[in-house]
Design a protein around this ligand. Structure first.
Ligand SMILES: Nc1ncnc2c1ncn2[C@@H]1O[C@H](COP(=O)(O)OP(=O)(O)O)[C@@H](O)[C@H]1O
Ligand SMILES: Nc1ccn([C@H]2C[C@H](O)[C@@H](COP(=O)(O)O)O2)c(=O)n1
Length: 286
């Protein structure tokens, strides 16, 4: 059972600027006995839905949504586009942004590059041991804010998620010895609290599967100032973490079914694949 001291919570909530996060934290705090809404461990889809997966998925969605939907309220779907750095996520979102009744939310990278005149993304790449916690705390807050923002269309397609922030990037910093244990513990407790007390619906994960080499070439071509220090080995580690999470499903719980799209191809072939998979991506989330 979740219990909180309202006065204590308000003191700390006042410091949080993201309004969506503040509202959700407040709502969660007012819900003694609120049920944890953590990851559910659904499995991977490679090209097609199995009947069992579809039934399980539908049952889970129905039972969750039954509690939340009011009469006449529209059913909404959230699709998260996941993949390595420079795998083509933003390009994919751009393509789908022309779809009607769909909103796209890119990762708030501009915020990570500029918070009140500071650039925690650049600081993290320069000195991960010192600044990893700073960046990842802000990533966690801004991703939560993205997840909780009011939907303006029945379908939302968003870049990455609060889950990959923790399971891929925080995990990588910690495992590579670049995040002190105490920093990892603080971030983990925040993450566990959030995912146990706040409903973060994800209906489908689309995994853009690339080789690290392809990402390295695209990253070099994109030429983002902060990322010039990234070596191929970094992308290889991120790739392996993604594969263990979404393909092998042996590291962390997967919060939604996974649709894998091979993404090493040139742009034209990628757009063709998106068109080919459009139904599965948009209807698969229903
Ligand atoms: N299929 C593709 N083939 C070649 N270049 C691509 C392809 N998709 C994206 N790019 C380019 O690669 C870079 C990274 O793509 P982007 O969509 O920003 O990746 P992400 O959002 O995953 O970091 C950009 O310069 C983009 O124009
Ligand atoms: N939790 C995170 C999420 C992202 N980053 C870094 C990785 C990239 O340099 C940049 C944006 O990623 P992209 O959208 O280009 O794949 O942010 C991170 O360090 N931690």
């Amino acid at each position: 059972m979740f219990v909180c001291s309202a006065a204590g919570c308000w003191t700390s909530l006042c410091r949080i600027s993201a309004p969506g996060v503040r509202a959700a934290l407040r709502a969660a705090c007012r819900r003694p006995g609120a049920e944890p809404a953590g990851p559910c461990g659904r499995s991977r889809l490679s090209g097609s839905w199995t009947q069992h997966q579809q039934q399980q998925h539908q049952q889970q969605r129905t039972s969750t949504r039954r509690k939340l939907l009011r009469p006449g309220e529209e059913k909404k779907s959230v699709i998260c586009i996941e993949g390595n750095i420079a795998s083509g996520k933003t390009t994919c979102l751009e393509y789908f942004s022309k779809t009607s009744n769909l909103e796209v939310l890119t990762e708030p990278v501009s915020k990570w590059r500029n918070i009140q005149g500071h650039n925690p993304l650049a600081l993290m790449y320069q000195d991960p041991v010192r600044w990893g916690l700073t960046l990842q705390t802000y990533v966690q807050l801004t991703m939560l804010d993205r997840h909780l923002s009011t939907m303006s269309a029945p379908v939302r397609m968003m870049e990455r998620s609060i889950y990959s922030a923790k399971y891929i990037f925080v995990e990588n910093l910690y495992r590579s010895g670049k995040m002190p244990e105490v920093d990892f513990a603080v971030l983990s407790e925040w993450f566990d609290w959030i995912t146990s007390n706040i409903d973060i619906p994800v209906d489908l994960i689309v995994y853009l599967q690339t080789t690290p080499q392809t990402c390295y070439e695209r990253l070099t071509q994109r030429c983002r100032e902060e990322e010039k220090v990234i070596p191929l080995e970094y992308l290889e580690t991120i790739h392996q973490l993604y594969e263990d999470w979404l393909i092998n499903q042996m590291s962390f719980k997967v919060p939604a079914p996974v649709l894998v799209i091979p993404a090493n191809h040139d742009l034209q072939k990628m757009l063709h694949q998106y068109e080919e998979h459009r139904g599965k991506i948009l209807m698969g989330s229903k």
